[in-house]
Design a protein around this ligand. Structure first.
Ligand code: ADP
Ligand code: MG
Length: 609
Protein backbone atom coordinates (compact mmCIF):
# COMPACT_ATOMS: atom_id res chain seq x y z
CA UNK A 1 0.00 0.00 0.00
CA UNK A 2 2.41 2.69 1.18
CA UNK A 3 6.08 2.90 0.24
CA UNK A 4 7.10 1.99 3.78
CA UNK A 5 5.71 -1.53 3.44
CA UNK A 6 8.10 -2.32 0.60
CA UNK A 7 10.89 -4.60 1.75
CA UNK A 8 14.41 -3.15 1.58
CA UNK A 9 16.77 -4.78 -0.91
CA UNK A 10 18.80 -6.52 1.81
CA UNK A 11 15.77 -8.48 2.95
CA UNK A 12 15.28 -9.90 -0.52
CA UNK A 13 18.81 -11.25 -0.62
CA UNK A 14 18.27 -12.81 2.80
CA UNK A 15 14.92 -14.22 1.68
CA UNK A 16 16.50 -15.78 -1.38
CA UNK A 17 19.33 -17.21 0.70
CA UNK A 18 16.88 -18.68 3.19
CA UNK A 19 14.79 -20.15 0.40
CA UNK A 20 17.74 -21.83 -1.22
CA UNK A 21 19.39 -22.96 2.00
CA UNK A 22 17.34 -26.19 2.37
CA UNK A 23 17.99 -27.07 -1.28
CA UNK A 24 21.72 -26.54 -0.92
CA UNK A 25 21.89 -28.46 2.36
CA UNK A 26 19.91 -31.35 0.88
CA UNK A 27 22.19 -31.48 -2.14
CA UNK A 28 25.31 -31.48 0.05
CA UNK A 29 23.88 -34.17 2.33
CA UNK A 30 22.90 -36.32 -0.66
CA UNK A 31 26.36 -35.94 -2.21
CA UNK A 32 28.10 -36.89 1.06
CA UNK A 33 25.84 -39.92 1.56
CA UNK A 34 26.39 -41.16 -1.98
CA UNK A 35 30.13 -40.66 -1.76
CA UNK A 36 30.36 -41.94 1.82
CA UNK A 37 31.65 -45.47 1.06
CA UNK A 38 34.34 -43.96 -1.16
CA UNK A 39 35.24 -41.38 1.49
CA UNK A 40 35.54 -43.95 4.27
CA UNK A 41 37.46 -46.27 1.99
CA UNK A 42 39.95 -43.51 1.28
CA UNK A 43 40.39 -42.21 4.81
CA UNK A 44 39.97 -45.21 7.06
CA UNK A 45 41.13 -48.78 7.55
CA UNK A 46 37.77 -49.43 9.09
CA UNK A 47 35.50 -48.32 6.25
CA UNK A 48 32.78 -50.88 6.79
CA UNK A 49 32.40 -49.75 10.41
CA UNK A 50 31.76 -46.17 9.35
CA UNK A 51 29.48 -47.27 6.53
CA UNK A 52 27.55 -49.31 9.06
CA UNK A 53 27.08 -46.31 11.32
CA UNK A 54 25.49 -44.27 8.56
CA UNK A 55 23.33 -47.20 7.41
CA UNK A 56 22.14 -47.72 10.98
CA UNK A 57 21.37 -44.04 11.32
CA UNK A 58 19.37 -44.16 8.09
CA UNK A 59 17.35 -47.07 9.48
CA UNK A 60 16.80 -45.18 12.75
CA UNK A 61 15.65 -42.22 10.70
CA UNK A 62 13.06 -44.41 8.96
CA UNK A 63 11.67 -45.55 12.31
CA UNK A 64 11.73 -42.01 13.67
CA UNK A 65 9.82 -40.74 10.63
CA UNK A 66 7.28 -43.46 11.30
CA UNK A 67 7.00 -42.31 14.93
CA UNK A 68 6.68 -38.73 13.72
CA UNK A 69 3.79 -39.65 11.45
CA UNK A 70 1.79 -41.21 14.26
CA UNK A 71 2.78 -38.90 17.13
CA UNK A 72 3.75 -35.68 15.44
CA UNK A 73 1.14 -35.49 12.72
CA UNK A 74 -1.48 -37.97 13.87
CA UNK A 75 -1.39 -37.07 17.57
CA UNK A 76 -1.31 -40.79 18.40
CA UNK A 77 1.13 -41.49 21.23
CA UNK A 78 2.85 -44.73 20.29
CA UNK A 79 4.94 -46.74 22.74
CA UNK A 80 4.98 -49.76 20.46
CA UNK A 81 7.31 -48.66 17.72
CA UNK A 82 10.15 -50.83 19.01
CA UNK A 83 7.66 -53.70 19.08
CA UNK A 84 6.79 -53.12 15.45
CA UNK A 85 10.50 -52.93 14.70
CA UNK A 86 10.85 -56.34 16.33
CA UNK A 87 7.93 -57.71 14.31
CA UNK A 88 9.58 -56.50 11.12
CA UNK A 89 12.84 -58.12 12.17
CA UNK A 90 11.11 -61.42 12.87
CA UNK A 91 9.38 -61.28 9.51
CA UNK A 92 12.59 -60.94 7.54
CA UNK A 93 14.43 -63.46 9.75
CA UNK A 94 11.64 -65.99 9.38
CA UNK A 95 11.48 -65.61 5.62
CA UNK A 96 15.23 -65.73 5.00
CA UNK A 97 16.60 -67.97 7.77
CA UNK A 98 13.70 -70.34 8.34
CA UNK A 99 12.22 -70.47 4.85
CA UNK A 100 15.29 -69.75 2.74
CA UNK A 101 13.40 -67.23 0.62
CA UNK A 102 14.79 -63.94 -0.77
CA UNK A 103 15.23 -61.09 1.71
CA UNK A 104 12.95 -58.64 -0.10
CA UNK A 105 10.02 -60.99 0.46
CA UNK A 106 10.85 -60.72 4.14
CA UNK A 107 10.83 -56.94 3.89
CA UNK A 108 7.42 -57.08 2.23
CA UNK A 109 6.08 -59.38 4.94
CA UNK A 110 7.51 -57.02 7.58
CA UNK A 111 5.56 -54.13 6.10
CA UNK A 112 2.35 -56.15 5.99
CA UNK A 113 2.82 -57.28 9.59
CA UNK A 114 3.48 -53.72 10.72
CA UNK A 115 0.34 -52.53 8.95
CA UNK A 116 -1.89 -55.29 10.30
CA UNK A 117 -0.57 -54.99 13.84
CA UNK A 118 -0.98 -51.22 14.00
CA UNK A 119 -4.46 -51.42 12.46
CA UNK A 120 -5.51 -53.99 15.06
CA UNK A 121 -4.19 -51.95 17.96
CA UNK A 122 -5.94 -48.83 16.70
CA UNK A 123 -9.17 -50.72 16.11
CA UNK A 124 -9.36 -51.81 19.75
CA UNK A 125 -8.53 -48.36 21.10
CA UNK A 126 -10.56 -45.98 18.95
CA UNK A 127 -12.27 -44.33 21.89
CA UNK A 128 -9.12 -44.03 24.00
CA UNK A 129 -7.79 -40.60 24.89
CA UNK A 130 -4.20 -39.61 24.14
CA UNK A 131 -2.76 -41.05 27.35
CA UNK A 132 -4.85 -44.21 27.37
CA UNK A 133 -3.90 -44.83 23.79
CA UNK A 134 -0.26 -44.58 24.86
CA UNK A 135 -0.86 -47.13 27.61
CA UNK A 136 -2.57 -49.53 25.21
CA UNK A 137 0.35 -49.31 22.81
CA UNK A 138 2.70 -49.94 25.72
CA UNK A 139 0.78 -53.12 26.50
CA UNK A 140 0.86 -54.08 22.82
CA UNK A 141 4.62 -53.63 22.85
CA UNK A 142 4.98 -55.97 25.84
CA UNK A 143 2.83 -58.54 24.07
CA UNK A 144 5.11 -58.53 21.03
CA UNK A 145 8.26 -58.83 23.12
CA UNK A 146 6.86 -61.59 25.33
CA UNK A 147 5.37 -63.32 22.31
CA UNK A 148 8.84 -63.30 20.78
CA UNK A 149 10.28 -64.84 23.94
CA UNK A 150 7.66 -67.56 24.05
CA UNK A 151 7.08 -68.61 20.44
CA UNK A 152 10.34 -70.45 20.14
CA UNK A 153 9.65 -72.38 16.93
CA UNK A 154 9.20 -69.19 14.89
CA UNK A 155 11.21 -66.52 16.71
CA UNK A 156 14.01 -68.54 18.20
CA UNK A 157 12.87 -67.55 21.70
CA UNK A 158 15.21 -65.61 23.99
CA UNK A 159 18.27 -66.19 21.82
CA UNK A 160 16.44 -65.15 18.66
CA UNK A 161 17.47 -65.91 15.09
CA UNK A 162 20.94 -65.40 13.66
CA UNK A 163 22.30 -65.36 10.14
CA UNK A 164 19.86 -62.78 8.80
CA UNK A 165 21.42 -61.29 5.67
CA UNK A 166 20.42 -59.57 2.46
CA UNK A 167 21.44 -62.52 0.29
CA UNK A 168 23.02 -61.47 -2.98
CA UNK A 169 23.89 -57.98 -1.78
CA UNK A 170 27.32 -56.85 -0.66
CA UNK A 171 27.77 -54.55 2.35
CA UNK A 172 28.13 -51.47 0.21
CA UNK A 173 25.16 -52.36 -1.96
CA UNK A 174 23.05 -52.81 1.15
CA UNK A 175 24.31 -49.44 2.36
CA UNK A 176 22.85 -47.86 -0.76
CA UNK A 177 19.60 -49.77 -0.31
CA UNK A 178 19.12 -48.34 3.18
CA UNK A 179 19.95 -44.80 2.07
CA UNK A 180 17.55 -45.10 -0.87
CA UNK A 181 14.76 -46.49 1.31
CA UNK A 182 15.28 -43.72 3.88
CA UNK A 183 15.05 -41.12 1.13
CA UNK A 184 11.93 -42.77 -0.23
CA UNK A 185 10.29 -42.87 3.18
CA UNK A 186 11.11 -39.21 3.67
CA UNK A 187 9.47 -38.36 0.35
CA UNK A 188 6.40 -40.42 1.28
CA UNK A 189 6.16 -38.54 4.56
CA UNK A 190 6.45 -35.19 2.81
CA UNK A 191 3.96 -36.06 0.08
CA UNK A 192 1.38 -37.37 2.51
CA UNK A 193 1.75 -34.52 4.98
CA UNK A 194 1.53 -31.83 2.33
CA UNK A 195 -1.51 -33.34 0.62
CA UNK A 196 -5.18 -33.31 1.49
CA UNK A 197 -4.64 -36.62 3.26
CA UNK A 198 -2.11 -35.02 5.61
CA UNK A 199 -4.30 -31.96 6.12
CA UNK A 200 -7.15 -34.27 7.14
CA UNK A 201 -4.84 -36.05 9.57
CA UNK A 202 -3.76 -32.78 11.13
CA UNK A 203 -7.36 -31.56 11.28
CA UNK A 204 -8.42 -34.66 13.21
CA UNK A 205 -5.45 -34.27 15.53
CA UNK A 206 -6.26 -30.62 16.18
CA UNK A 207 -9.95 -31.20 16.79
CA UNK A 208 -12.00 -34.23 15.71
CA UNK A 209 -15.26 -32.26 15.89
CA UNK A 210 -14.03 -29.49 13.62
CA UNK A 211 -12.72 -32.10 11.23
CA UNK A 212 -16.03 -33.95 11.21
CA UNK A 213 -17.87 -30.68 10.56
CA UNK A 214 -15.85 -30.41 7.33
CA UNK A 215 -16.77 -33.93 6.29
CA UNK A 216 -13.51 -35.59 7.36
CA UNK A 217 -13.98 -39.02 8.90
CA UNK A 218 -12.01 -39.09 12.16
CA UNK A 219 -11.80 -42.87 12.56
CA UNK A 220 -10.82 -43.60 9.00
CA UNK A 221 -8.24 -40.83 9.04
CA UNK A 222 -6.59 -42.07 12.25
CA UNK A 223 -6.61 -45.61 10.92
CA UNK A 224 -4.93 -44.47 7.76
CA UNK A 225 -2.05 -42.57 9.33
CA UNK A 226 -1.42 -45.15 12.05
CA UNK A 227 -1.40 -48.02 9.59
CA UNK A 228 0.96 -46.14 7.33
CA UNK A 229 3.17 -45.47 10.32
CA UNK A 230 3.08 -49.18 11.24
CA UNK A 231 3.99 -50.20 7.70
CA UNK A 232 7.05 -47.99 7.81
CA UNK A 233 7.99 -49.22 11.30
CA UNK A 234 7.86 -52.81 10.04
CA UNK A 235 10.03 -51.81 7.10
CA UNK A 236 12.57 -50.21 9.43
CA UNK A 237 12.60 -53.35 11.57
CA UNK A 238 13.33 -55.60 8.63
CA UNK A 239 16.22 -53.43 7.48
CA UNK A 240 17.49 -53.31 11.06
CA UNK A 241 17.64 -57.10 11.27
CA UNK A 242 19.32 -57.33 7.86
CA UNK A 243 21.91 -54.78 8.90
CA UNK A 244 22.52 -56.35 12.31
CA UNK A 245 22.52 -59.95 11.10
CA UNK A 246 20.28 -61.21 13.89
CA UNK A 247 17.06 -60.49 15.75
CA UNK A 248 16.03 -61.16 19.34
CA UNK A 249 13.36 -59.87 21.74
CA UNK A 250 15.70 -57.24 23.19
CA UNK A 251 15.25 -55.25 19.98
CA UNK A 252 11.63 -54.70 20.93
CA UNK A 253 11.99 -53.47 24.51
CA UNK A 254 11.05 -49.90 25.15
CA UNK A 255 14.55 -48.89 26.36
CA UNK A 256 15.71 -49.32 22.80
CA UNK A 257 13.07 -46.86 21.68
CA UNK A 258 14.65 -44.06 23.68
CA UNK A 259 16.89 -43.08 20.81
CA UNK A 260 13.88 -42.55 18.51
CA UNK A 261 12.05 -40.39 21.03
CA UNK A 262 15.16 -38.33 21.67
CA UNK A 263 15.76 -37.96 17.94
CA UNK A 264 12.18 -36.89 17.34
CA UNK A 265 11.98 -34.34 20.14
CA UNK A 266 15.46 -32.99 19.56
CA UNK A 267 14.93 -32.58 15.82
CA UNK A 268 11.36 -31.32 16.08
CA UNK A 269 8.20 -33.37 16.39
CA UNK A 270 5.61 -32.67 13.72
CA UNK A 271 8.15 -31.29 11.27
CA UNK A 272 9.36 -32.98 8.10
CA UNK A 273 13.10 -32.69 8.57
CA UNK A 274 13.08 -32.91 12.37
CA UNK A 275 13.30 -36.70 12.70
CA UNK A 276 16.16 -36.96 10.21
CA UNK A 277 18.11 -34.11 11.75
CA UNK A 278 17.54 -35.39 15.28
CA UNK A 279 18.74 -38.89 14.40
CA UNK A 280 21.79 -37.48 12.62
CA UNK A 281 22.75 -35.43 15.67
CA UNK A 282 22.30 -38.39 18.01
CA UNK A 283 24.20 -40.79 15.78
CA UNK A 284 27.08 -38.32 15.76
CA UNK A 285 26.98 -37.88 19.54
CA UNK A 286 26.82 -41.63 20.16
CA UNK A 287 29.82 -42.11 17.88
CA UNK A 288 31.80 -39.37 19.63
CA UNK A 289 31.21 -40.89 23.08
CA UNK A 290 31.70 -44.50 22.00
CA UNK A 291 34.67 -44.92 24.35
CA UNK A 292 32.27 -44.31 27.23
CA UNK A 293 29.47 -46.38 25.78
CA UNK A 294 28.03 -47.37 29.15
CA UNK A 295 26.94 -43.74 29.65
CA UNK A 296 25.10 -43.59 26.33
CA UNK A 297 21.62 -44.11 27.77
CA UNK A 298 22.29 -41.60 30.54
CA UNK A 299 23.46 -39.02 28.04
CA UNK A 300 20.48 -39.68 25.75
CA UNK A 301 18.12 -39.30 28.71
CA UNK A 302 19.72 -36.00 29.69
CA UNK A 303 19.60 -34.82 26.08
CA UNK A 304 15.86 -35.54 25.93
CA UNK A 305 15.29 -33.69 29.19
CA UNK A 306 17.34 -30.68 28.11
CA UNK A 307 15.77 -30.61 24.65
CA UNK A 308 12.29 -30.57 26.14
CA UNK A 309 13.19 -27.84 28.61
CA UNK A 310 15.18 -25.56 26.33
CA UNK A 311 13.78 -26.20 22.86
CA UNK A 312 10.43 -27.96 23.34
CA UNK A 313 9.70 -27.59 19.63
CA UNK A 314 13.03 -29.18 18.70
CA UNK A 315 15.69 -27.74 16.42
CA UNK A 316 13.50 -27.46 13.32
CA UNK A 317 10.39 -26.38 15.21
CA UNK A 318 12.32 -23.65 17.03
CA UNK A 319 13.79 -22.43 13.76
CA UNK A 320 10.34 -22.39 12.16
CA UNK A 321 8.91 -20.21 14.89
CA UNK A 322 11.91 -17.89 14.97
CA UNK A 323 11.79 -14.55 13.20
CA UNK A 324 13.88 -15.80 10.28
CA UNK A 325 12.26 -19.19 9.92
CA UNK A 326 8.57 -18.37 10.02
CA UNK A 327 6.61 -17.09 7.04
CA UNK A 328 6.44 -13.30 6.96
CA UNK A 329 3.24 -11.66 8.08
CA UNK A 330 1.14 -10.48 5.18
CA UNK A 331 -0.85 -7.31 4.73
CA UNK A 332 -4.50 -6.49 4.70
CA UNK A 333 -6.05 -6.63 1.27
CA UNK A 334 -9.30 -5.45 -0.25
CA UNK A 335 -11.95 -8.10 -0.88
CA UNK A 336 -12.19 -8.86 -4.59
CA UNK A 337 -13.96 -11.26 -6.94
CA UNK A 338 -16.78 -13.66 -6.25
CA UNK A 339 -17.10 -17.10 -4.75
CA UNK A 340 -15.65 -19.90 -6.89
CA UNK A 341 -18.44 -21.78 -8.68
CA UNK A 342 -17.20 -25.08 -7.33
CA UNK A 343 -18.04 -24.25 -3.70
CA UNK A 344 -21.62 -23.53 -4.76
CA UNK A 345 -23.00 -27.01 -5.36
CA UNK A 346 -25.95 -25.80 -7.46
CA UNK A 347 -29.34 -24.75 -6.20
CA UNK A 348 -31.32 -27.24 -4.18
CA UNK A 349 -35.05 -27.84 -4.60
CA UNK A 350 -36.59 -24.55 -3.45
CA UNK A 351 -39.86 -26.19 -2.31
CA UNK A 352 -38.26 -28.55 0.19
CA UNK A 353 -36.61 -27.01 3.28
CA UNK A 354 -32.82 -27.35 3.07
CA UNK A 355 -32.65 -28.23 6.76
CA UNK A 356 -35.45 -29.03 9.11
CA UNK A 357 -35.71 -29.97 12.77
CA UNK A 358 -38.98 -31.31 14.13
CA UNK A 359 -39.73 -31.44 17.85
CA UNK A 360 -36.09 -31.43 18.87
CA UNK A 361 -35.54 -32.17 22.55
CA UNK A 362 -32.18 -32.20 24.32
CA UNK A 363 -31.91 -32.12 28.09
CA UNK A 364 -28.73 -32.09 30.13
CA UNK A 365 -29.82 -33.62 33.42
CA UNK A 366 -32.34 -31.07 34.70
CA UNK A 367 -31.38 -28.38 32.16
CA UNK A 368 -33.90 -28.32 29.33
CA UNK A 369 -31.44 -26.84 26.86
CA UNK A 370 -33.65 -27.61 23.85
CA UNK A 371 -37.24 -28.35 24.66
CA UNK A 372 -39.31 -29.08 21.57
CA UNK A 373 -37.79 -26.85 18.90
CA UNK A 374 -39.21 -26.80 15.37
CA UNK A 375 -37.11 -25.04 12.81
CA UNK A 376 -37.28 -25.01 9.04
CA UNK A 377 -34.55 -23.44 6.97
CA UNK A 378 -35.62 -22.67 3.42
CA UNK A 379 -33.21 -23.08 0.52
CA UNK A 380 -32.08 -19.71 -0.81
CA UNK A 381 -32.44 -17.91 2.50
CA UNK A 382 -30.45 -16.60 5.42
CA UNK A 383 -32.12 -17.87 8.56
CA UNK A 384 -31.23 -16.15 11.82
CA UNK A 385 -31.48 -17.77 15.24
CA UNK A 386 -31.54 -15.26 18.06
CA UNK A 387 -32.22 -15.45 21.77
CA UNK A 388 -30.66 -14.62 25.11
CA UNK A 389 -27.45 -16.31 26.25
CA UNK A 390 -28.03 -19.88 27.36
CA UNK A 391 -31.36 -20.11 25.56
CA UNK A 392 -30.31 -23.20 23.62
CA UNK A 393 -29.16 -21.85 20.24
CA UNK A 394 -25.87 -23.71 20.09
CA UNK A 395 -27.49 -26.86 21.42
CA UNK A 396 -30.13 -26.64 18.68
CA UNK A 397 -27.42 -26.42 16.06
CA UNK A 398 -25.46 -29.28 17.63
CA UNK A 399 -28.63 -31.37 17.54
CA UNK A 400 -29.31 -30.52 13.91
CA UNK A 401 -25.77 -31.51 12.91
CA UNK A 402 -25.70 -34.64 15.11
CA UNK A 403 -22.86 -33.50 17.31
CA UNK A 404 -25.32 -34.11 20.13
CA UNK A 405 -27.66 -37.06 20.23
CA UNK A 406 -31.17 -35.69 20.65
CA UNK A 407 -33.52 -37.12 23.26
CA UNK A 408 -36.31 -36.97 20.70
CA UNK A 409 -37.22 -35.28 17.46
CA UNK A 410 -36.07 -35.70 13.88
CA UNK A 411 -33.77 -33.90 11.49
CA UNK A 412 -34.29 -33.71 7.73
CA UNK A 413 -31.78 -32.57 5.15
CA UNK A 414 -33.48 -31.58 1.88
CA UNK A 415 -36.44 -33.68 2.92
CA UNK A 416 -34.40 -36.81 3.67
CA UNK A 417 -33.76 -38.09 7.22
CA UNK A 418 -30.32 -36.91 8.32
CA UNK A 419 -27.59 -39.51 8.90
CA UNK A 420 -26.54 -39.91 12.52
CA UNK A 421 -22.81 -39.17 12.35
CA UNK A 422 -21.54 -35.58 12.18
CA UNK A 423 -19.17 -36.27 9.28
CA UNK A 424 -22.01 -37.89 7.35
CA UNK A 425 -24.18 -34.81 7.93
CA UNK A 426 -21.33 -32.74 6.54
CA UNK A 427 -21.12 -35.08 3.55
CA UNK A 428 -24.80 -34.34 2.97
CA UNK A 429 -23.83 -30.70 2.69
CA UNK A 430 -24.54 -29.29 6.15
CA UNK A 431 -21.42 -27.61 7.52
CA UNK A 432 -21.14 -25.74 10.77
CA UNK A 433 -18.69 -23.33 12.31
CA UNK A 434 -18.39 -23.62 16.07
CA UNK A 435 -18.89 -20.82 18.53
CA UNK A 436 -15.39 -21.44 19.88
CA UNK A 437 -12.87 -21.11 17.03
CA UNK A 438 -10.64 -24.06 16.17
CA UNK A 439 -8.16 -23.04 13.53
CA UNK A 440 -5.12 -25.07 12.65
CA UNK A 441 -2.86 -22.42 14.10
CA UNK A 442 0.46 -23.91 13.05
CA UNK A 443 -0.66 -24.17 9.44
CA UNK A 444 -0.69 -21.40 6.90
CA UNK A 445 -3.92 -19.55 6.12
CA UNK A 446 -4.06 -21.26 2.73
CA UNK A 447 -3.57 -24.70 4.27
CA UNK A 448 -6.49 -24.04 6.60
CA UNK A 449 -8.73 -23.34 3.64
CA UNK A 450 -7.38 -26.38 1.79
CA UNK A 451 -8.20 -28.56 4.81
CA UNK A 452 -11.83 -27.57 4.35
CA UNK A 453 -11.76 -28.98 0.83
CA UNK A 454 -10.75 -32.50 1.79
CA UNK A 455 -14.33 -33.73 1.69
CA UNK A 456 -14.57 -32.73 -1.98
CA UNK A 457 -11.18 -34.03 -3.05
CA UNK A 458 -11.46 -37.36 -4.79
CA UNK A 459 -7.97 -38.77 -4.57
CA UNK A 460 -6.67 -41.38 -2.17
CA UNK A 461 -3.55 -41.87 -0.12
CA UNK A 462 -1.68 -43.64 -2.89
CA UNK A 463 -2.24 -40.78 -5.32
CA UNK A 464 -1.01 -38.34 -2.69
CA UNK A 465 1.93 -40.49 -1.67
CA UNK A 466 3.20 -40.84 -5.24
CA UNK A 467 1.88 -37.47 -6.43
CA UNK A 468 0.03 -39.14 -9.28
CA UNK A 469 -1.63 -36.97 -11.96
CA UNK A 470 -4.97 -37.32 -10.22
CA UNK A 471 -3.53 -35.69 -7.12
CA UNK A 472 -1.62 -33.01 -9.00
CA UNK A 473 -4.66 -31.92 -10.98
CA UNK A 474 -6.89 -31.68 -7.91
CA UNK A 475 -4.22 -29.94 -5.82
CA UNK A 476 -3.82 -27.26 -8.48
CA UNK A 477 -7.59 -26.74 -8.61
CA UNK A 478 -7.82 -26.69 -4.81
CA UNK A 479 -5.12 -24.05 -4.53
CA UNK A 480 -6.74 -21.86 -7.16
CA UNK A 481 -10.07 -22.11 -5.36
CA UNK A 482 -8.48 -21.36 -2.01
CA UNK A 483 -6.86 -18.24 -3.46
CA UNK A 484 -10.21 -17.13 -4.88
CA UNK A 485 -11.98 -17.70 -1.56
CA UNK A 486 -9.33 -15.78 0.36
CA UNK A 487 -9.56 -12.91 -2.13
CA UNK A 488 -13.32 -12.83 -1.67
CA UNK A 489 -12.89 -12.58 2.10
CA UNK A 490 -10.16 -9.93 1.85
CA UNK A 491 -7.55 -12.28 3.26
CA UNK A 492 -5.40 -12.89 0.20
CA UNK A 493 -2.61 -10.68 1.52
CA UNK A 494 -2.29 -13.07 4.45
CA UNK A 495 -2.47 -16.35 2.55
CA UNK A 496 1.04 -17.50 3.44
CA UNK A 497 1.27 -16.52 7.10
CA UNK A 498 0.46 -18.87 9.94
CA UNK A 499 -3.18 -18.88 10.93
CA UNK A 500 -2.12 -18.49 14.56
CA UNK A 501 -0.71 -15.03 13.82
CA UNK A 502 -3.99 -13.59 12.49
CA UNK A 503 -6.07 -11.15 14.49
CA UNK A 504 -9.11 -12.49 16.30
CA UNK A 505 -11.54 -11.20 13.68
CA UNK A 506 -9.47 -12.57 10.81
CA UNK A 507 -9.38 -15.97 12.51
CA UNK A 508 -13.15 -16.06 12.76
CA UNK A 509 -13.51 -15.00 9.16
CA UNK A 510 -10.97 -17.62 8.07
CA UNK A 511 -12.97 -20.28 9.87
CA UNK A 512 -16.03 -19.29 7.89
CA UNK A 513 -14.01 -19.37 4.67
CA UNK A 514 -12.73 -22.84 5.57
CA UNK A 515 -16.30 -24.02 6.09
CA UNK A 516 -17.35 -22.51 2.77
CA UNK A 517 -14.48 -24.35 1.10
CA UNK A 518 -16.21 -27.63 1.83
CA UNK A 519 -18.93 -26.59 -0.60
CA UNK A 520 -21.93 -26.83 1.74
CA UNK A 521 -25.62 -26.57 0.84
CA UNK A 522 -26.36 -25.32 4.33
CA UNK A 523 -23.79 -23.23 6.15
CA UNK A 524 -24.33 -22.85 9.90
CA UNK A 525 -22.49 -20.04 11.63
CA UNK A 526 -22.51 -19.81 15.44
CA UNK A 527 -21.92 -16.18 16.42
CA UNK A 528 -19.43 -15.52 13.62
CA UNK A 529 -19.40 -11.73 13.96
CA UNK A 530 -18.06 -11.65 17.52
CA UNK A 531 -14.96 -9.47 17.50
CA UNK A 532 -15.11 -8.66 13.79
CA UNK A 533 -14.29 -5.16 12.52
CA UNK A 534 -16.78 -3.54 10.09
CA UNK A 535 -14.83 -4.54 6.96
CA UNK A 536 -14.89 -8.17 8.10
CA UNK A 537 -18.61 -8.00 8.86
CA UNK A 538 -19.07 -6.67 5.33
CA UNK A 539 -17.20 -9.66 3.94
CA UNK A 540 -19.40 -11.94 6.03
CA UNK A 541 -22.55 -10.20 4.80
CA UNK A 542 -21.47 -10.54 1.17
CA UNK A 543 -20.73 -14.17 1.76
CA UNK A 544 -24.16 -14.85 3.25
CA UNK A 545 -25.83 -13.03 0.38
CA UNK A 546 -23.79 -14.84 -2.27
CA UNK A 547 -24.90 -18.10 -0.73
CA UNK A 548 -28.52 -17.12 -0.68
CA UNK A 549 -28.42 -15.83 -4.24
CA UNK A 550 -27.15 -19.22 -5.39
CA UNK A 551 -30.12 -20.96 -3.80
CA UNK A 552 -28.17 -22.21 -0.78
CA UNK A 553 -28.99 -21.65 2.86
CA UNK A 554 -27.22 -19.96 5.75
CA UNK A 555 -28.14 -20.41 9.39
CA UNK A 556 -26.88 -17.52 11.44
CA UNK A 557 -26.77 -17.45 15.23
CA UNK A 558 -25.92 -13.89 16.12
CA UNK A 559 -26.06 -11.21 18.79
CA UNK A 560 -25.15 -8.29 16.56
CA UNK A 561 -28.67 -7.08 15.74
CA UNK A 562 -27.69 -4.68 12.95
CA UNK A 563 -26.01 -7.55 11.18
CA UNK A 564 -28.91 -9.95 11.83
CA UNK A 565 -31.60 -7.52 10.72
CA UNK A 566 -29.61 -6.51 7.66
CA UNK A 567 -28.92 -9.95 6.28
CA UNK A 568 -31.61 -12.38 7.50
CA UNK A 569 -34.74 -13.28 5.55
CA UNK A 570 -36.26 -15.25 8.37
CA UNK A 571 -35.74 -15.31 12.13
CA UNK A 572 -36.35 -17.93 14.79
CA UNK A 573 -36.28 -16.64 18.34
CA UNK A 574 -35.46 -19.16 21.05
CA UNK A 575 -35.89 -18.65 24.78
CA UNK A 576 -35.31 -21.29 27.45
CA UNK A 577 -35.16 -24.02 24.85
CA UNK A 578 -38.45 -23.11 23.17
CA UNK A 579 -39.25 -21.22 19.97
CA UNK A 580 -41.11 -18.07 20.99
CA UNK A 581 -41.35 -16.39 17.61
CA UNK A 582 -40.62 -17.12 13.99
CA UNK A 583 -40.97 -15.10 10.82
CA UNK A 584 -39.52 -12.22 8.80
CA UNK A 585 -37.33 -9.83 10.86
CA UNK A 586 -39.82 -6.97 10.69
CA UNK A 587 -42.60 -9.10 12.26
CA UNK A 588 -40.37 -10.63 14.87
CA UNK A 589 -39.07 -7.24 15.91
CA UNK A 590 -42.60 -6.14 16.79
CA UNK A 591 -43.58 -9.38 18.54
CA UNK A 592 -44.49 -8.77 22.19
CA UNK A 593 -43.17 -12.19 23.28
CA UNK A 594 -39.78 -11.34 21.85
CA UNK A 595 -39.60 -8.01 23.62
CA UNK A 596 -40.65 -9.81 26.78
CA UNK A 597 -37.85 -12.38 26.45
CA UNK A 598 -35.34 -9.63 25.99
CA UNK A 599 -36.60 -7.55 28.90
CA UNK A 600 -33.76 -8.83 31.04
CA UNK A 601 -31.37 -7.54 28.38
CA UNK A 602 -32.00 -3.81 27.96
CA UNK A 603 -29.18 -3.57 25.44
CA UNK A 604 -30.93 -5.96 23.13
CA UNK A 605 -34.32 -4.32 23.60
CA UNK A 606 -32.68 -1.18 22.35
CA UNK A 607 -31.34 -3.08 19.35
CA UNK A 608 -34.71 -4.57 18.58
CA UNK A 609 -36.84 -1.49 18.85
P1 ADP B 1 -26.80 -20.54 23.66
O1 ADP B 1 -25.99 -21.03 22.53
O2 ADP B 1 -28.17 -20.11 23.26
O3 ADP B 1 -26.11 -19.46 24.44
P2 ADP B 1 -26.47 -23.23 24.66
O4 ADP B 1 -27.20 -24.01 23.68
O5 ADP B 1 -25.01 -23.19 24.57
O6 ADP B 1 -27.04 -21.74 24.68
O7 ADP B 1 -26.86 -23.71 26.11
C1 ADP B 1 -28.20 -23.91 26.55
C2 ADP B 1 -28.20 -24.44 27.95
O8 ADP B 1 -27.69 -25.76 27.99
C3 ADP B 1 -27.35 -23.62 28.92
O9 ADP B 1 -28.02 -23.56 30.15
C4 ADP B 1 -26.09 -24.43 29.03
O10 ADP B 1 -25.52 -24.24 30.30
C5 ADP B 1 -26.60 -25.84 28.87
N1 ADP B 1 -25.61 -26.72 28.23
C6 ADP B 1 -25.10 -26.58 26.98
N2 ADP B 1 -24.25 -27.56 26.70
C7 ADP B 1 -24.21 -28.37 27.78
C8 ADP B 1 -23.52 -29.58 28.11
N3 ADP B 1 -22.69 -30.17 27.22
N4 ADP B 1 -23.73 -30.12 29.32
C9 ADP B 1 -24.58 -29.54 30.21
N5 ADP B 1 -25.25 -28.43 29.95
C10 ADP B 1 -25.09 -27.83 28.77
MG1 MG C 1 -24.11 -20.48 21.93
Amino acid sequence: MSASTKAPAGTNVLDAALRWLPVVLTAVAAAVLIAWPAITDFYSYNASYYNGIVASAAISAILTISLNMSMGYGGLLSMMHTGMQLLGGYAVAFVTVKQGLPWFLGVALAMVLGAVFSALVLAVSLRATYLYFGMITLAANLIVVEGGNAWHSVTGGVTGLVGVAPGGLGKIQFYYVTIAVAALVYVVQRNVVRSGVGRAVMAVKENPDTAAAMGIRPTRTKMLIFTLSGTIAGLAGSLYALQLGFINPDVGILDNGLVFFVGLFLGGIGTLVGPVLGVAVIATVVELIKDHARYTTLILGCTLLLAMMIIPKGIVGTWRSSRLGRPAEGEDSEPTGGLPESVLPGAVDADVPALEGRGLVKHFGGVKAVDGVDISVAAGSVHGIIGPNGSGKSTTVASLTRFLKVDSGEVLICGEPAPDKPFAVAEQGVTRVFQVPHLFEQQSVTDNVLAGMRGRERYGTLSAMLRLPRYRRREAVSRAEAAQLLAFAGLSGRAEQLAGSLSHGQKRLLEVVRAVASGPRVLILDEPATGLVPAEIDALTRLCRAFRDHGLAVVLIEHNMDFVMGVCDELTVIDSGKVIACGPPADVRADPAVLEAYLGRPDLVEDLS
